[in-house]
Ligand binder design. Structure first.
Ligand code: GDP
Ligand code: MG
Length: 308
């Protein structure tokens, strides 16, 4: 008789890693570097990642599932409250919490986020990646390290540049080491669990972020309404960009439609390269008053408020 006792020897190891830390510290960049492909959007502006994004990395007999969580920070809108909850919840039931800080210095926001995480998780669950070493002076790195050493052991700290790749290999070694015996959760060649329509929406949102200023980007949500495959490699995508005020709609469309055209063009070019298809992108801007505080709208956009 086959003995399928679950405690007995898996010949594989697997686990979940939540990438967390304050906005803009480089979480999405790190995920993309590890996966060798863009799955999370990266912008120079904080608070871009809204939903949880999973990335999968399989190395021989080890599979690591990464969750790119939204930053942990103070909240004003319902949407922000949602993001923080998602982050903390993810932190509680993963094997490793990968906490990112900026090598140029620990901030009060970092300290506060760490406190909140440690209230839900065990200290041994944490690995701290000190990121952006390429931007920091040796003195800054040293003082960051000194403060972290008050809480973390040598084997829990790693110094990296998510952008340039320094230290990422060592970080991977530490993560592989931390994975318990277990089955693969995804096929070996998976990279992400996100549906294509979500990736498309996120990429459009990234372009809006890059091409608009001040409060506009934070008031934007993108919903992909339809993906029609005319042929296997010719897709027609219809997407709506929601804003919360009439004035923002004007800004987003731009003079004679110039800005929305640019957003569409940049999104299309990058998506075509990413997906390997020809793409026709139909973008519409719609005003939805105060959508960021409306549970019905948030639910329709895929934010699961039951998690709150
Ligand atoms: P997130 O909000 O934590 O997901 O941060 P992002 O990954 O979106 O990165 C925020 C900004 O920091 C982007 O402009 C990145 O290019 C930049 N960045 C991230 N990691 C590094 C790094 O190691 N070095 C440098 N120079 N820039 C980085
Ligand atoms: Mg991010």
């Amino acid at each position: 008789m086959l003995n399928m006792n679950q405690n007995c020897d898996w010949d594989t190891r697997s686990g979940f890693v939540a990438i967390t830390g304050r906005p803009n510290v480089g979480k999405s960049t790190l995920l993309n570097t590890i996966l060798g492909r863009k799955v999370a959007i990266v912008t120079p502006k904080p608070q871009t990642t809204r939903n949880r994004i999973a990335g999968v990395k399989t190395l021989g007999k080890v599979q690591i599932v990464f969750l790119d969580t939204p930053g942990i920070h103070q909240h004003k809108h319902l949407i922000n409250k949602y993001m923080v909850e998602v982050a903390l919840r993810a932190a509680a039931d993963v094997d490793v919490i990968l906490f990112l800080v900026d090598a140029r210095g620990i901030t009060d926001e970092d300290r506060e986020a760490l406190k909140r995480i440690l209230a839900k998780a065990r200290l041994e669950q944490l690995i701290v990646a000190v990121n952006k070493v390429d931007l920091a002076t040796p003195e800054e790195i040293e003082s960051t390290k000194t403060e972290l050493e008050e809480t973390f052991g040598e084997s829990q700290m790693v110094f990296i540049s998510a952008l340039k790749g320094n230290g990422v290999e060592q970080l991977m070694k530490m993560l592989i080491e931390a994975m318990p015996p277990g089955p693969f959760y995804y096929p070996e060649d998976s990279i992400t669990d996100q549906p294509t329509s979500f990736m498309i929406a996120e990429l459009i949102r990234e372009k809006v972020f890059m091409l608009t200023k001040e409060e506009v980007p934070y008031s934007v949500a993108v919903v992909v309404e339809e993906v029609i495959k005319r042929k296997e490699d010719v897709w027609v995508v219809t997407a709506k960009i929601f804003v919360s005020r009439e004035s923002q709609k004007g800004i987003l469309i731009g003079k004679g439609g110039s800005l929305i055209k640019k957003i569409g063009q940049q999104a299309r070019e990058e998506l075509e390269a990413l997906l390997g298809v020809r793409l026709f992108l139909d973008l519409r801007v719609k005003v939805k008053k105060d959508w960021m505080n409306r549970p019905d709208t948030l639910a329709r956009m895929g934010y699961d408020l039951k998690q709150l």
